[in-house]
Design a protein around this ligand. Structure first.
Ligand code: ADP
Length: 933
């Protein structure tokens, strides 16, 4: 489209202006050059009738427009079928365009073209279905092209040049120059070849030579190619693969929707000028049909996209993705067109001007300078769509940022406490830490420079605490999920030359919140990915590090912005997985999960109330008993967090809603009054309804309107029965319990001991099982199974040795370890496990087997053991305690060094537990084996 616009503008404004525009459009300098060079070839072919137009502009304009779309329909002697020889009549009136050339043949077929001359394209890749004039000055290349057309093999490979030619107007118009540079003289052959190939994109287009007129060669894009290898250097000849689009399902609703959207966008774009509508026709006639892939190509080809964006479309073999890329490009174009149609470019610039002028004193100097520079460019580019678009888009982003706009930060600790309590039950230590943080903020006058990291299993309220902190501080809130993120561009933006280039999330965030000091929640920072595009962790460090983020550089904006006013809160499941340099700068606050009692409170006081409200159900319409809630928590939702509990409660209330509506339906039939008839629904009708509809009906049937109806009919309200949910009928609402008892033995057998583990999902109990495989003198050995990591395998071996030593000390005559081959297994073999904290459990399991004595009933333990039998501290005391309670464990053994962690736990968590702290394995031995049942 840029090319067509170019032509139109040139035509409209006359020669001089068009030339100016052309010069400003680097990507069309080539055409300008072509126009100058081919001046007398075709000046009157298409515009002969328009005498007003000076020849120079006519010539320049014509090939662009005509060669892209019109030539086939307008030239005499042309047959549109590429299978036939076509030629052009020599006309005395100067219409001798293409006269010397085109012998276009089906011989050989496209499929036969596996070795082709590679032509480097400086400005744009050749999209299949489009025409492109190029200028070849290198006689060798030209001769080779002429020879190939003579041989009736008029095909070449057209490949976009990677480097800078597009901005160098003096050289890029001539393929010749490029070819010279291409030769890379003076280097060893192998290196030279590699360099040559590196300078062009490997994916290009198989192009048919439509005509050769002097040095001008007109190409028609046919299909996509990829370079396999170089065959010769001069002229550059390559072996190629032909690329096929990936198969796709034409009936797939998603791809169909993209297709329809591209069409509708194109329709907007094409509305501007009837000439473009003809082009659709020409293109489809030439290409055969407007299938999904062709539409994608067409849209990209006519959009004003730059060379990289077009190359992006060219390399995309996934038709759906290609459509999406095109959609972006066409959308942008449509937007610009629309504004230009109603609003000329100058009013667009005016908008930008207003934004700059009204905020001048708040915009940093270096940014203001760039704004002014770009703005002058914008004004000059008003009529030039492709660059106008880019510059406008850039300035739009730059000027829309909330320069100097802050929300007033509230350090009222009492209010903050109220907000935190309003949103969350319990978590007193977490809330306390947050209040401390706010208090420090108050004294310092600012809370910036700190990074809070909330760590804990899923569903424990990390995100919602983040939201509450923002609310408490009166900062705007923005969540940025970085789980699985591998592309640094997501954080730092993409350079403007990339397809669909956008600023990074930080800039997007500032735009969306409209203040410079929001609270940004970086979610799942422990799940960052890494790939060839860079290290997102170091990009995040640039963003969050108070030392660096005052001068954060987004690749798209290309000016530094100040992120130091932003308050960053991160969330993570496992802090060990947070990259070190990031973790160093964080203040970690643990949220370890909830015990049953806490979950009951959260469910009653927060989740049930909220769900009731959301479903439009009144509390008096349902009775969810404590026993039912307890059963729900213990048998369905045992994980550390409460997200699943929330889901189950929602499930219950949706069913309740349906039940209430059904009850209502029955009563309405009974009354059968005029008023209620409209609300009457049969059961089957109700079943087929969406929940939202049910809610609406429910609202109208239960709220105030019910009262008025009751007054009228006197029957309706009485028929509503309170829905009762108890342990006995809970399964009707949420199905059968999903959790098996974690405790599978009433009394653990010999060789089996319960350990306590910590996972990213919270704590859990796990059995360590040992049995002997065979006995015989000197057969002592150990076999380990259960998906154990290296650390856990090592600790099994350590445990084996320690157990053997203890046995030797206690019962020297017991040769069990020396003569028995043992097998240690940790059940749930499908789950990978690692960590040293099962050491003491393993020793106990070995000793139990050796002494043929089972361990104390309802005992669980955790602790790392050294070879000498010392017990080292472990992590996750709270989670492990919660897990032990869940499995009705009465006695827990923890390392002595963890005593404080346990003592800091809430009373309700410690209640009823017999906890022992040990520093030597000897003590565990006593606890585990010296008992009276
Ligand atoms: P996370 O980010 O830790 O995965 P969320 O913040 O998304 O978890 O919490 C899941 C749901 O549980 C939210 O609706 C949240 O409000 C609720 N929730 C979590 N902890 C509490 C709590 N202590 N009190 C009330 N609601 C809670």
């Amino acid at each position: 489209m840029t090319s067509i616009l170019l032509f139109l503008e040139g035509f409209k404004n006359g020669f001089d202006t068009s030339l100016v525009h052309l010069r400003r459009l680097p990507s069309y300098d080539g055409l300008l050059h072509l126009r100058r060079q081919s001046l007398n070839l075709n000046s009157r072919v298409f515009y002969g009738a328009r005498h007003v137009t000076p020849p120079a502009i006519r010539v320049g304009s014509i090939p662009v427009q005509s060669l892209l779309f019109r030539a086939p329909t307008q030239l005499t002697g042309w047959t549109r079928s590429w299978g036939h020889r076509v030629s052009f009549s020599h006309r005395s009136d100067g219409l001798d365009l293409l006269s010397s050339s085109p012998i276009v043949s089906t011989n050989p077929t496209l499929d036969d073209c596996l070795t082709v001359i590679a032509l480097p394209l400086p400005h744009k890749p050749l999209i299949p279905g489009f025409y492109m004039p190029i200028y070849v000055k290198d006689p060798k290349v030209l001769a080779a092209l002429q020879e190939s057309t003579r041989q009736q093999s008029p095909y070449v490979g057209a490949f976009l040049l990677k480097d800078g030619a597009s901005t160098d107007s003096s050289s890029c118009s001539e393929t010749n120059n490029v070819v010279h540079k291409f030769k890379g003289k003076g280097k060893p052959k192998k290196k030279r070849r590699k360099e040559l190939l590196n300078r062009i994109y490997q994916v290009g287009t198989l192009a048919q030579i439509s005509s050769i007129q002097g040095e001008q060669v007109i190409l028609v894009g046919r299909r996509r190619l990829r370079i396999k290898e170089m065959v010769s250097e001069d002229p550059l000849t390559v072996n190629v693969y032909h690329l096929k689009d990936k198969p796709y399902d034409k009936d797939n609703a998603v791809i169909k929707a993209s297709y329809v959207e591209v069409i509708s966008m194109l329709r907007d774009v094409l509305k501007i000028n009837s000439l473009w509508r003809d082009q659709v026709q020409t293109y489809t006639q030439d290409i055969g049909d407007f299938s999904y892939q062709h539409l994608a190509d067409f849209g990209a080809g006519i959009s004003g996209a730059n060379k990289h964006q077009n190359q992006g479309v060219l390399i995309e073999l996934d038709v759906h993705k290609r459509l999406e890329l095109t959609l972006e490009l066409v959308k942008k174009q449509a937007e610009i067109n629309k504004i230009k149609e109603t609003d000329d470019g100058s009013s667009l610039s005016a908008k930008i001007r207003v934004r700059i002028d009204t905020n001048k004193e708040n915009i940093p100097k270096h940014v203001l300078k760039v704004m002014e520079e770009e703005f002058s460019k914008l004004e000059m580019l008003e009529d030039n769509y492709s660059d106008f678009d880019l510059t406008y888009n850039y300035l739009d982003w730059l000027t829309v940022l909330p320069w100097g706009n802050f929300s007033y930060e509230n350090f009222d600790v009492l209010r903050a406490k109220k907000i935190l309590d309003e949103d969350h039950y319990g978590l007193s230590d977490v809330k306390e830490r947050i209040l401390e943080f706010i208090a420090v903020g108050r004294l310092r006058g600012t809370s910036q420079g700190k990074i809070i990291c909330l760590s804990g299993p899923p569903g424990v309220g990390k995100t919602s605490i983040g939201r509450s902190i923002a609310r408490a501080l009166d900062r705007k809130f923005f969540r940025f999920a970085v789980g699985g993120l591998s592309d640094v561009g997501e954080i730092k933006g993409h350079c403007q030359t990339y397809v669909g280039a956008m600023p990074g999330k930080m800039v997007q965030c500032l735009k969306s919140v409209g203040t410079e000091n929001p609270l940004i929640l970086i979610d799942e920072i422990d799940k960052l990915d890494r790939c060839h595009t860079g290290d997102p962790a170091s990009a995040l460090l640039e963003v969050m590090d108070p030392e660096q983020n005052a001068n954060f550089l987004d690749h798209f904006l290309n000016v530094t912005i100040d992120l130091s006013k932003v308050l960053f809160v991160c969330t993570a499941n496992v802090i060990e997985m947070i990259p070190g340099p990031l973790l160093d700068r964080m203040e970690v606050i643990d949220l370890s999960g909830y015990v049953t009692d806490e979950k009951m409170h959260i469910a009653r006081d927060y989740l049930v109330k909220k769900t009731c409200r959301d479903c439009g159900i009144k509390p008096e319409q349902v009775d969810l008993s404590d026993a039912a809630l307890l059963s729900l928590i213990e048998n369905y939702c045992r994980e550390a967090g409460v997200r699943n509990l929330q889901k189950q409660i929602e499930k219950i209330y949706r069913k309740v809603a349906l039940e209430l509506v059904r009850q209502g339906a029955v009563s309405f039939y009974v009354t059968d009054t005029k008023d209620t008839k409209s609300l009457a629904k049969t059961d089957s009708e109700v079943k087929g309804m969406k929940v939202a509809d049910i809610m609406k009906i429910l609202e109208s049937a239960t709220g105030d309107s019910t009262e008025s109806k009751t007054k009228q009919s006197g029957v309706v309200a009485k028929t509503f029965k309170k829905v009762m949910i108890d342990e006995s009928n809970l399964a009707d609402y949420v199905g059968k319990p999903v959790f098996q008892e974690e405790k599978i033995y009433e009394q653990t057998p010999v060789g089996v001991v319960m350990g306590l583990a910590w996972t990213s999902m919270g704590g859990s109990t796990l059995y360590i099982e040992t049995t002997f495989v065979e006995e015989g003198e000197g057969k002592g050995g150990l076999h380990i199974t259960g998906q154990l990591g290296d650390v856990m395998k090592e600790s099994a071996e350590i445990a084996h040795t320690v157990a053997r030593r203890i046995m030797f000390e206690k019962e020297p005559e017991n040769l069990f370890f020396a003569n028995s081959k043992l097998h240690l297994h940790v059940p749930e073999g499908a789950t990978p496990k690692d960590g040293p904290s099962a050491g003491c459990t393993m020793i106990t399991s070995f000793l139990s087997l050796a002494m043929k004595k089972f361990v104390r009933k309802d005992l669980a333990m955790t602790g790392e053991v050294t070879l000498t039998g010392r017990i080292l501290p472990i992590g996750g005391v709270k989670e492990k305690t919660i897990a032990a309670r869940r499995s009705q464990i009465k006695t827990i053994i923890f390392p002595e060094a963890n005593r404080r962690d346990f003592e800091e736990l809430a009373e309700n968590m410690k209640e009823g537990l017999d906890v022992h702290f040990v520093d030597e394995y000897e003590k565990i031995f006593d606890l585990a084996f010296n008992y009276d049942h």
